[in-house]
Every structure is written in structure tokens, then in C-alpha cells.
Design a binder for this molecule. Structure first.
Ligand SMILES: Cc1cc2nc3c(=O)[nH]c(=O)nc-3n(C[C@H](O)[C@H](O)[C@H](O)COP(=O)(O)OP(=O)(O)OC[C@H]3O[C@@H](n4cnc5c(N)ncnc54)[C@H](O)[C@@H]3O)c2cc1C
Length: 317
């Protein structure tokens, strides 16, 4: 399979002609400028977080030559995919990665509580499908575990590479991707298959004109932080009329405490956190007031298209 036919061309200048002895007839010529990096693979996966890294790991384990590119240089905390439900834990177990999550200090969660109108319902996590607990690893931990597994399986991972387009052959079939690496150099990665795992504002989906089946808008934003004295052995979900909240025990003796509320209400850092948790559940607000305050709370953007970003520091209270 040849390299993708996406040469960029540069008007190189005036060069000396060779029309005859001594002749110096100037003429215009163009010179193809190859991108500074061209590679070719069975599969290029754009986006190296959970979806992309897991896909790359499975394809590499199946024997394919896989390249993963991600514009981010390192994994960051995000509240999405923080509380792993049974199906996610089962997958990690089957892939041989659950032990790594546990070894990272992620505590087992053996109960779920739901609080609504002051009524608490408790559900125990029954052992089934080889899983007797749920987990809430922080995303940098989980993303690294899955990405490392992809690399161990033989996939190549290139961080700091932003893809901006797909390449196509004369028939219009996608033949790879092109973008820039973290030194600003152009790159072209050819592939038999391109996988877009680049989040909700997917460049790849747009480039291949993927049809939109459902388009939604978000009514809430999430404010979250890590408290040191709110731990337990339960995922706690709290449903109020004007705000919902949750407590997710994670590593390091910390729990992620979050509230979901209208975007206009979540900008006030730890103070807003206390007010919103009190709206959802006064009992949880009392626990929060007695716990050690984290240095920052972070707003996860209300716009779904920005959800792969770092969030907006909301400051100290
Ligand atoms: C608020 C919220 C809460 C959620 N909670 C849960 C939950 O509790 N449980 C659950 O199972 N799911 C949850 N989800 C859904 C879950 O987060 C997503 O399904 C999952 O994160 C998708 O992972 P991903 O790897 O596909 O994309 P992302 O995590 O969005 O990662 C995309 C990656 O692609 C990279 N990228 C993007 N564009 C480019 C480009 N042009 N070039 C190179 N790289 C690029 C980014 O840097 C990023 O690393 C939640 C989602 C949200 C928004």
C-alpha cells in the first residue's frame, strides 16, 4: 500500500534553466515539500484516551500495526467515566487491567446509595460476572493504565499530535490523517483504517461527514473537587429538585464530590459547592462542612463539545 497522496506544494522560486551552454534562462518551478513525518499503518486511532486506547490495545493484540495519536500531552482529571459501572469493571477484568487499577490504590465500592427527598435507598453490589466491587479511579490513572496496555500490546502512541484532516485517494476513500506534531511539524499518517476516538467534537467525524443521529444540548454543568474526609465504601447519588450531587471514593483517601446544576450557578468554587450540595441534601452538606476543603473545585464545561478539555479552575473559597 502506497503513501497517501496528500503532498503540499510550495512555490520554491526561480531556478537556473539548462536550455543551452551559458544560457541562464530563469523559469518558475515547483517542488513538492513532503511533510516532515510520514508513516503507514494498518490502523490510525485519533484520540488516545479510554475509547481510543482500548480500541488500539485490542487491535494490537489481534496483530495489527496500530498508531495512536492524541493532541494532549498528558492525561488530565475529568469527571466523565470516573464512576465505573459493572460493565466497565468487567471489561477491565477481562483485559487483565483491573489489578493495575486496584494496585494504584483505588478502593473497592461495595454499595450504592440513592438519596431523594431525604430518603436513602441502599443497594449492595452483588458478586457477578467475576466482579464483586465497583471502582472510581481518577482519569489520569485509568487513562495511563489503558494506554500503557495498548503500548505493551505493540501499538505506537504519539502524544502532542493534533490531527486536522483525513487524506483520501482519487476515489475518495480515506487513506490516513494529517496534522501537526508538538514541534509544529506537518505529519501524515497513512492507514488502511482510521478510527475517530477524538471525543464529542470529533474532527474525524466532521471530516468524513458522519451523520448526526441525535443532537442534544446540556442543561447543567458539573462542579467537582476532591475532599479528603468524605470517603466511604459507597457510590452516593443525591437527587434534588434544583441540583444533583454525588460522592465517589477514589485513591489516596479522597472522594470526588460533584454537583450538577444550571451553568450559571456553578462558578463560585467551594462556596457554590456547599450551597448546591445543601440544596440537594442537607445531610451531605453537613458532612461536607466537616470535611477538609480541597484547594480548588473545577467546573466541567456545560458545552458537551468541550468536555475533553481541562475544565475551568473555579478558584478557592
Ligand atoms: C459530564 C460527563 C460525565 C460522564 N460520566 C460517565 C460515567 O460516569 N461513566 C461512563 O461510562 N461514561 C461517562 N461519560 C461518557 C464518557 O466520558 C465518554 O463516553 C468517554 O469519555 C469517551 O471517551 P473517549 O476516549 O472517546 O473521548 P475523550 O475522553 O473525549 O477523549 C478524546 C481524546 O481525543 C483527543 N483529541 C480530540 N481531538 C483530537 C484531534 N483533532 N487530534 C488528536 N487528538 C484529539 C483529546 O485530546 C482526548 O484525549 C460521561 C460524559 C460526560 C460529558
Amino acid at each position: 500500500m502506497g503513501l497517501p497522496r496528500t503532498f503540499s506544494w510550495l512555490l520554491a522560486g526561480l531556478g537556473p534553466g539548462r536550455a543551452g551552454k551559458g544560457a541562464r534562462r530563469a523559469h518558475l518551478y515547483v517542488r513538492p515539500v513532503l511533510p516532515s513525518a510520514q508513516t503507514h499503518h494498518d490502523v490510525v486511532v485519533v484520540g488516545g484516551r479510554l475509547a481510543g486506547a482500548a480500541t488500539a490495545m485490542l487491535l494490537a493484540r489481534a496483530g495489527l500495526d496500530v498508531l495512536v495519536v492524541d493532541r494532549g500531552r498528558s492525561a488530565i482529571d475529568v469527571p466523565s467515566t470516573h464512576a465505573l459501572m459493572r460493565s466497565a469493571v468487567v471489561q477491565l477484568q477481562r483485559w487483565g487491567l483491573l489489578d493495575d487499577v486496584i494496585a494504584a490504590g483505588t478502593p473497592p465500592v461495595r454499595r450504592t446509595t440513592c438519596t431523594a427527598d431525604g430518603q436513602v435507598t441502599t443497594i449492595s453490589i452483588r458478586p457477578s460476572y467475576g466482579v464483586d466491587a465497583l471502582y472510581a479511579p481518577r482519569r489520569p490513572v485509568l487513562d495511563r493504565i489503558v494506554a500503557d496496555a495498548a503500548v505493551r500490546a505493540g501499538a505506537e502512541l504519539r502524544r502532542g499530535t493534533a490531527i486536522h484532516a483525513v487524506t483520501r485517494d482519487g476515489a475518495g476513500r480515506v487513506t490516513g490523517v494529517e496534522g501537526r506534531d508538538d514541534h509544529g511539524r506537518g505529519v501524515v499518517h497513512g492507514a488502511r483504517w482510521v478510527v475517530g476516538a477524538d471525543g464529542m467534537a470529533s474532527t474525524i467525524a466532521a471530516a468524513v461527514h458522519a451523520p448526526v443521529d441525535v443532537r442534544g444540548t446540556s442543561a447543567t454543568a458539573i462542579l467537582y473537587g476532591y475532599w479528603s474526609d468524605m470517603t466511604g465504601d459507597a457510590f452516593e447519588w443525591i437527587y434534588g429538585h434544583d441540583a444533583c450531587a454525588g460522592v465517589l471514593p477514589t485513591a489516596g483517601g479522597q472522594a470526588c464530590v460533584f454537583v450538577a446544576a444550571p451553568p450559571s450557578q456553578v462558578g463560585g468554587g467551594v462556596v457554590a459547592m456547599h450551597e448546591l450540595v445543601a440544596l440537594a441534601s442537607p445531610a451531605h452538606a453537613r458532612r461536607l462542612a466537616a470535611a477538609r476543603v480541597p484547594p480548588t473545585c473545577v467546573v466541567a464545561a456545560a458545552d458537551p463539545a468541550s468536555s475533553a478539555g481541562p475544565g475551568v479552575p473555579a478558584g478557592r473559597s
